[in-house]
Ligand binder design. Structure first.
Ligand code: ZN
Length: 64
């Protein structure tokens, strides 16, 4: 998966540990809220791309 450069491992890990339904848009790097941890390809409110993933889902993708 191609990640926006602002989506660092620390940022994703922190969000996953907070466990507060935060997700990120991999296209523009925006935070997304009320996103299920395992969300995939939700529409981004910032850029309109279907590129929002839940924090847990992104952890899986960066840790393999
Ligand atoms: Zn976006």
């Amino acid at each position: 998966m191609k990640m926006h450069h602002t989506l660092t491992e620390n940022r994703i890990m922190d969000a996953a540990q907070e466990d507060d339904n935060t997700g990120f848009c991999v296209a523009c790097g925006a935070d997304a809220y009320s996103v299920e941890p395992d969300a995939r390809k939700y529409e981004c409110e910032e850029c309109g791309e279907r590129a929002v993933y839940g924090a847990e889902e992104l952890v899986l993708s960066i840790t393999g």
